[in-house]
Design a protein around this ligand. Structure first.
Ligand code: URA
Length: 235
């Protein structure tokens, strides 16, 4: 059993003081009744609404976002727009963060969660969760790139694990890596004097970006989708 103000503050990402204010001003209902008492103890089956948004009771939330260009993978920033700004209030929780960063102009699949253990499992290079990207280069894709990726590219921070490159057009290819180093794909192509002009994450583990999710949209992952993220882990 948790206090109502604590749940509102936590789930809606507002301070405890603002949560109390929202409750006393009649913005919160529990099981269909407006409640103005912040100390009310909430049980598992109580249904809470903050305005018109249902507040989830789940231990952790897992959200899939189709990241658009122009958003940084941070939880807050004074100058730039962050991916968390795209999460609607009913899906927002304090402590949420992107599980796996994408550069500001990289698009596609991003998972946002408040579950640190899950993030660690899918990001740790030891766990080999494959991340697949669609890449567009400024020069044609070559066999030399494919072979180099297969052998392991040497970057300034060490040799990369083997990566798979499949050519999809003269200037385009899909690349699968199982690490997530800073600017990794751009730096790997940099070794071949190629510049990445478009980068889009297609999948993580066995989970692909849902086709109906438009850029900037997000939704909660189903349990099955969540499992599929880790389904191709080989430790
Ligand atoms: N590699 C990059 O260079 N950038 C990304 O955003 C993701 C992988």
């Amino acid at each position: 059993m948790e206090r109502l103000d604590k749940i509102i503050s936590n789930r809606a990402g507002i301070s405890r003081k603002d949560a109390k204010l929202a409750i006393s001003s009649g913005k919160v209902s529990v099981n269909g009744k407006i409640i103005r008492n912040s100390d009310l103890k909430i049980g598992e089956n109580d249904e809470i609404f903050f305005g018109s948004n249902k507040i989830s009771e789940k231990a952790h939330l897992y959200i899939v976002l189709n990241k658009p260009k122009g958003y940084i993978s941070a939880t807050e920033d004074t100058q730039q727009k962050t991916v968390l700004e795209l999460v609607p209030p009913e899906l927002f929780r304090n402590g949420m963060f992107p599980a796996g960063r994408l550069d500001k102009n990289t698009t596609g699949l991003m998972i946002i969660t408040d579950d640190g253990d899950f993030a660690h499992r899918i990001l740790s290079p030891r766990k080999h969760v494959p991340k697949k990207y669609a890449v567009t280069l400024d020069i044609p894709v070559t066999d030399e790139m494919r072979e180099g990726f297969e052998k392991g590219i040497m970057l300034s921070d060490g040799i990369c694990k083997t990566a798979k490159l499949i050519k999809t057009g003269d200037f385009t290819c899909d690349v699968t890596i199982s690490e997530g180093r800073y600017h990794q794909i751009k730096r790997m192509f940099g070794c071949f004097k190629a510049e990445v002009v478009e980068l889009h994450r297609l999948s993580m583990g066995g989970f692909s970006l849902p086709e109906d999710l438009l850029p900037g949209e997000c939704r909660e992952l189903t349990e099955e989708e969540l499992k599929s993220v880790e389904s191709r882990v080989s430790d």
